[in-house]
Write a protein that binds this ligand. Structure first.
Ligand code: FEO
Length: 403
């Protein structure tokens, strides 16, 4: 059975959901699934914007055929060539012999890398700012390289002022029927899905996201239609644009402290708990603690983009860092996280090295300011160290309040 929605008089959503997939990109847990969006514009000419992941091909084709009601597809716009959106290009080419594939030079390179050059007679190459009239609707193409791959472009429909934004403004999570963010009481939980998606998938490309935001700044936009997550109108659109601006400039959303620790036998965890108590006593309201061995790094990364201050606690392991903390730091570096104030808790029974190594890694990142030297613990914290930890809590607190 088809499962589609009209999102404007001539534009239909023909995407679908995958609630069975455990790991997006085979890496990121998605307990609430994921949506893959595709859209059809019915006009004198018919355009399809992006396709969907192979996992939901059958539903997608049924949706398209229903909306077309016997018509042919004239254009397939390929805004993004990652396989979660391009997996059905070949199928559409087989079904619609006159369909042109709209993309740019890099799009076609990638099509050939994935699928060979058998579709080259269908290519319709566009350049930055090119326009294409479908009849009543006019499409304009803007390149958004590295948001999230180099070939990415976004398509602006100038009659109804709709931006088809590819991965930009996407979220994890399959919708519960409500496609639009304004069809639910959009709150923190939904924003976390959007932040975890952005920070982990696109987080490295803040500069490119800023460039895309500037490019789109002059456009009148009534609706944003990404390829994942919610569709945006009205006040929720303003909210997600504001968040994208912060995230892509690596500016924290909230004053507060994220404490992430690795702990083999509970002693480093104990220091983190004591420190969190001290911070709470000093009036810090936004505190969040994660055990890096228990929580998937994608959740911690998301909050690291949200919080102004980080405390990292880690034991020494094989003369280096405990592996899961090492991996978290590596991800922070990979995503170019910057502009945070950081405190370190280091533990070691013999040959302690964690503090020194974490400090070095943070120094290799941009504008990660150490609040003080690492707080060192030998095996376990003892009461005679409390005044030093209190001093650290005072310093963190002063820094939070000063920002
Ligand atoms: Fe959802 Fe970059 O693909």
């Amino acid at each position: 059975m088809y499962c589609t929605r009209k999102i404007s008089p001539d534009i239909h959503w023909v995407g679908g959901y995958d609630r069975r997939l455990a790991l997006f990109e085979n890496m990121f847990p998605i307990p609430e699934g994921v949506a893959y969006h595709s859209y059809v514009i019915l006009d004198e000419k018919v355009a399809v914007l992006d396709t969907v992941d192979a996992a939901i091909s059958r539903q997608f084709i049924e949706n398209i055929l229903h909306v077309l009601n016997g018509r042919e597809v004239d254009f397939l716009v390929v805004n993004h060539m990652e396989p979660d959106h391009c997996a059905n290009i070949e199928e559409l080419v087989r079904r619609f012999p006159n369909m042109k594939i709209i993309g740019n030079k890099k799009t076609f390179q990638m099509i050939e890398q994935f699928y060979g050059d058998g579709m080259s007679d269908r290519y319709y190459e566009v350049k930055e700012g090119d326009k294409l009239s479908l009849g009543k609707h006019e499409l304009q193409f803007y390149f958004a390289p590295l948001v999230h791959w180099p070939e990415v472009m976004v398509t602006y429909e100038a009659t109804e002022h709709i931006l088809f934004s590819a991965d930009a403004f996407g979220s994890f999570g399959a919708a519960n029927g409500n496609l639009f963010a304004d069809e639910i009481d959009f709150g923190d939980q939904e924003m976390e899905q959007a932040r975890r998606y952005y920070t982990n998938i696109v987080g490295k490309y803040g500069v490119q996201v800023q460039a895309a935001l500037k490019k789109l700044d002059g456009l009148k936009i009534e609706m944003i239609c990404p390829v994942h997550g919610y569709l945006w109108r009205k006040k929720e659109m303003a909210l997600i644009l504001e968040k994208y601006d912060l995230w892509s400039r690596y500016v924290p959303e909230k004053k507060g402290v994220l404490l992430a620790y690795a702990s083999m036998y509970g002693n480093t965890e104990n220091v983190i708990n004591v420190l969190a108590n001290l911070l709470a006593e000093r009036g810090i309201r936004n505190l969040r603690i994660f055990d890096v061995s228990k929580t998937h790094p994608s959740y911690i990364i998301s909050d690291a983009f949200a919080y102004s201050h980080l405390v990292l606690g880690c034991p020494t392991y094989n003369s280096g860092l405990y592996y899961s903390m090492s991996s978290l730091l590596h991800e922070m570096e990979g995503l170019l996280l910057k502009n945070r104030k950081v405190a370190l808790i280091s533990n070691g029974t013999w040959g302690p090295a964690a503090g020194k190594i974490m400090k070095k890694e943070l120094e290799s990142m941009k504008n990660m300011e150490l609040i003080s030297e690492p707080f060192e613990v030998k095996s376990a914290m003892h009461p005679e160290q409390i005044s030093v930890l209190e001093q650290l809590a005072d310093q963190i607190c002063a820094s939070v309040n000063q920002d």
